[in-house]
Design a protein around this ligand. Structure first.
Ligand code: UN1
Length: 509
């Protein structure tokens, strides 16, 4: 276990980082929103929230910016993302450290998150020259049919604390290249990283002469989110967070027939077959389940192991878990940082108690650590619980480092367990059998948006489409053709003949 930094030192360091990132005086005495670091649990300062009426003004400004920005050629819009990427490269160390301070991620994961931002900027630059439609054969002589993809409008973005900057960049890099201004409501738990991203984006906009309102922040609690998603001028609502949040937001947007992109909870599993290469499997499992203190939406939560190797695998995992360095994420060598707050800790302990009530056997972990040193912070020993069946608690997403272990005898049974939950984000199989691997990836296999072989369910790179099915919400962000979510399709038929032939042979003279 590693020492936790003194809170005053942490606050001073935070202010210096913010200053270098271009955020001056972030704190006001009368602010409604509290900014804390999960490293110490201590308060960093108070920040002013927007009112719902002010959200209306932000939308007004974004709509005006849209009128202008949609007419700028896409490859020119791409220059904005190029500048943002350059600034991110320049400030990677500081922004990465701020992610660690505010979300509790270890240094390499904080930096990794900023790298993910840089990667999506690179993708956005390329895409800015590749927003293509198709030309489609028409049945009418002297005609041409084609489709164009046009800017959609204002994007309202809601993001969670656990990827406080990457999720913003996945959406923003593509939205602005597509011609859409973004209004971002970050999690109330990660306001400083949001202010920093906004400062960098404002600087990038200044450098390329883009309208200031291509990127704006809406800070506040649920009523601010509510004002943003209810506004009919917001063409697309892209929301990342819990299923509960999605179920609140979706009916509001659907009620006004707005467009939605949802990336909600996951309850990600790994199947471990008898042929699995166990050294690699153990490493994959520990990173996915205990890494980021179990607070990724792709974190591994369910292990479905063949009964012939379950005892050996569990014994190896127990050993690996027992030696995990837990502590300040700013300290080199730490692998597990804190939970975000006391509510998350409560969820962790309650889920463990429920699991034991449902017949689970606690194999390792579950204790709070470092409470003497940092009584307001919540560091825990990641837990493994062996379960007799896929009971209710296993089917729920608890946003904390708990790995439930289930066993199977036939591969069909393993797939049924993997698919037997309401969430459908990410999944994986560890096997050396081509037949099992392909079956897992087939239409009869994993029902998730992400299905991996011989790597865990977390840690996706940005080139692929990111998102999932069922209660995960069906949206796709970042790579592949996810860009289409930020555009509207226009189908065009052009008659270059002197006749007017009608489709389907209709005569009308
Ligand atoms: C999230 O937890 O909301 O695949 C996103 C991953 C990361 C993104 C996670 N690239 O784990």
């Amino acid at each position: 276990m590693t020492a936790v930094l003194n809170h005053d030192e942490l606050r001073t360091r935070t202010l210096a980082i913010l200053d270098r990132l271009g955020v001056r005086d972030p704190f006001t005495d009368g602010g409604e929103l509290i900014s804390r670091s999960p490293i110490t649990g201590g308060e960093l300062g108070w920040i002013t929230a927007h009112t719902p009426a002010q959200v209306g003004e932000l939308v007004e400004r974004a709509s005006a910016a849209f009128e202008q920005w949609r007419l700028v050629p896409a490859p020119v819009r791409g220059q904005l993302v190029r500048e943002l990427g350059n600034l991110l490269r320049e400030h990677k160390t500081d922004l990465g450290a701020l992610v660690s301070i505010e979300a509790g991620k270890i240094i390499s994961e904080g930096l990794g998150e900023v790298q993910e931002m840089i990667d999506i900027c690179d993708l956005g630059i390329g895409l800015s020259r590749q927003l293509y439609g198709q030309t489609i054969a028409t049945e009418r002589p002297g005609h041409r049919m084609m489709e164009q993809w046009h800017p959609l409008g204002v994007v309202g973005l809601i993001s969670a604390f656990n990827f406080p900057v990457a999720v913003w960049s996945w959406n923003t890099a593509l939205a602005v290249v597509c011609g859409d201004p973004v209004i971002w409501k970050p999690s109330e738990k990660t306001l400083l990283t949001a202010l920093a991203c906004q400062a960098l984006m404002a600087e990038a906009a200044r450098r390329v002469g883009a309208p200031e309102a291509v990127s704006q922040l809406a800070l506040g609690r649920a009523e601010v989110g509510q004002a943003l998603v209810s506004d009919p001028r917001v063409a697309l609502v892209s929301a990342t967070g819990s299923v509960r949040m999605g179920k609140t937001v979706a009916p509001i947007v659907a009620g006004r027939l707005g467009r939605l992109l949802l990336e909600l909870g996951g309850n990600n599993a790994a199947i471990v077959a008898p042929s699995a290469e166990l050294d690699l499997t153990v490493r994959g499992i520990v990173f996915s389940a205990a890494g980021t203190a179990g607070q990724r939406c792709t974190s591994l939560r369910r292990l479905i192991v063949h009964s012939s190797i379950a005892d050996e695998l569990v014994a190896r995992l127990k050993k690996a878990y027992a030696s995990l360095p837990i502590g300040s994420p700013l300290q080199e060598g730490t692998l597990v940082g804190p939970l975000i707050d006391g509510t998350a800790y409560e969820g962790f302990t309650k889920a463990l108690a429920t699991a034991q009530g449902e017949g689970g056997e606690l194999i390792v972990g579950g204790e709070r650590v470092l409470a003497d040193e940092a009584s307001d912070a919540f560091y825990v020993q990641p837990a493994i619980v062996r379960m007799p069946a896929q009971s209710d608690i296993v089917k729920a997403e608890t946003f904390a480092p708990i790995l439930y272990v289930l066993t199977y005898d036939t591969f069909d049974e393993a797939i049924a367990l993997q698919n037997g939950v309401t969430q459908g984000l990410s999944s994986s199989v560890f096997t050396q059998s081509i037949r099992e691997a392909e079956e897992f990836l087939s239409p009869a296999g994993s029902d998730c948006g992400i299905a991996n072989v011989n790597i865990g369910p977390s840690g996706a790179e940005i080139g692929g489409a990111f998102g999932g099915e069922k209660e995960t919400g069906g949206g796709r962000e970042s790579g592949s053709d996810s860009w289409k979510a930020y555009l509207r399709r226009s189908t065009n038929t052009v008659n270059y003949s002197t006749e007017l032939p009608l489709a389907q042979g209709v005569e009308f003279v």
